[in-house]
Design a protein around this ligand. Structure first.
Ligand SMILES: [Zn+2]
Length: 271
């Protein structure tokens, strides 16, 4: 929710203080439209670069989980301003990876299905990624200007100023760094916040939130290597993350039971 305007005189930009879905204060310099444009363009670029899966069974399965999670009533329960319709592309790749972007785009790599072995586990990963979007983390990353030069480039891009727009930097700010070699990982608070949003979203959609713990345990065992996917960020640690998700179980399980009573019982067939 936008509360107040601060002008950033140097760039002539307007920054807003906002509140994330979990009640955390944020400074956001880009409008929802600007973020949507960045997300749309990044998604187009990834679709051109990566091989898109044509496997009907896999596409139907991932779409089933995604559709259950992105029902407007569930998203709006978390972020009332959420009006996006979401699309999904499954990429044929061994990468254990998934992402969500402003503009309502979700990408899932087939390699993820080896680690996220059940619909509920897959929902935990996709829910976490949607959490980053609902909480405006990409906007926050860019706005924060963690690296000044990166911030300057982002601002030039946003303003259409002269200078070479650096699409890689935008993609890094949107959590796509592992794929593109520009690492701008989400912060620990953002990761925890996405876990909180993700577990609520999966519960509201009728997926068992206890499976989020199993998923991260599987991931902790499987982790290693240099190109870690976004959701395998080293912060918070696996132990911290699993503890936090465990602490969330009582309320998540209550939401899950309520969702089932309301008829939200996704039945997605593992291919
Ligand atoms: Zn994350």
């Amino acid at each position: 929710m936008k509360r107040m305007l601060i002008t950033a005189g140097l760039f002539g930009l307007v920054a807003c203080t906002a509140t994330s879905p979990t009640g955390r204060d944020q400074i956001l310099m880009f409008s929802a439209d600007e973020m949507r444009t960045m997300g749309d363009q990044s998604f187009e670029q990834i679709k051109q670069k990566e091989k898109i899966s044509t496997d009907k069974a896999i596409n139907a399965y991932v779409q089933c989980v995604t559709a259950a999670l992105t029902k407007p009533e569930h998203l709006q329960a978390i972020d009332a301003s959420q009006t996006e319709s979401w699309d999904l592309v499954v990429f044929d790749s061994d990468q254990v990876n998934a992402f969500a972007l402003p503009g309502g785009h979700i990408g899932v790599y087939t390699g993820l299905l080896k680690a996220a072995q059940t619909p509920d586990q897959l929902a935990a990963v996709i829910g976490h990624e949607i959490g980053h979007v609902l909480a405006d983390h990409g906007n926050e990353q860019v706005s924060r200007g963690q690296a000044t030069e990166m911030g300057m480039q982002m601002i030039q891009v946003a303003l259409g100023a002269t200078g070479t727009p650096n699409q890689d930097m935008i993609m890094a700010g949107l959590g796509l760094g592992a794929q593109y070699g520009v690492i701008l990982p989400f912060g620990r608070q953002q990761e925890s916040e996405s876990d909180v949003i993700g577990i609520e979203l999966m519960a509201r959609a009728g997926f068992d939130p206890a499976q989020s713990i199993t998923l991260w345990q599987n991931m902790a065992k499987a982790s290693g290597g240099s190109a870690q996917p976004e959701f395998m960020s080293t912060h918070p640690s696996h132990d911290t993350r699993i503890t936090e998700l465990s602490n969330r179980q009582p309320e998540s399980q209550a939401l899950y039971k309520q969702a089932q009573q309301q008829g939200y019982r996704p039945s997605c067939k593992v291919p």
